[in-house]
Design a protein around this ligand. Sequence first.
Ligand SMILES: Cc1cc2nc3c(=O)[nH]c(=O)nc-3n(C[C@H](O)[C@H](O)[C@H](O)COP(=O)(O)O)c2cc1C
Length: 144
Amino acid sequence: MKNLLIIYHSQTGNTEAMARAISEGAGAAGATVALKKAVDANDKDILDCDAVAIGTPNYFSYMAGMVKDFFDRAWPTVREKMADKPYVAFGSYGGGGTVAIETVERICDNMHMKRICEPVSAQRQPTPENLAECKELGKKLAQL
Ligand SMILES: Cc1cc2nc3c(=O)[nH]c(=O)nc-3n(C[C@H](O)[C@H](O)[C@H](O)COP(=O)(O)O)c2cc1C
């Protein structure tokens, strides 16, 4: 896999730390990585990449509004073109678990994208173990 896109939103840096660790792992394994805040990402970004990692914090038991906004903007042009595109979801939560990440997976699954593995999640600030898991995920994405 050559080009990895990592899209994320993060208000207090927790999901962003995970995104950076995924990027580090993928870069070290030879992938070209585009790390983009959801607000800056568009339909072309997700069409052009070979695989995508999508990160969201849990805000009100749903994906962050900016991640939803990305899907809202991109979906009309990409929805018929995403089949089998490898993806993984990740993110941080407070006490509510992975329910927000699952809302991302629902949209990706609806577009028949290919989920490459279980999501990676962290409670609030990612621990060194969480970050190591993210780096491993980056490596896995690079090796697809
Ligand atoms: C507006 C807002 C709503 C939140 N709602 C939830 C929630 O419903 N469930 C939960 O587990 N955590 C909730 N949290 C906590 C965040 O998921 C948690 O602090 C997370 O680490 C934030 O990640 P970030 O630093 O990437 O923004 C909320 C935080 C904010 C700011």
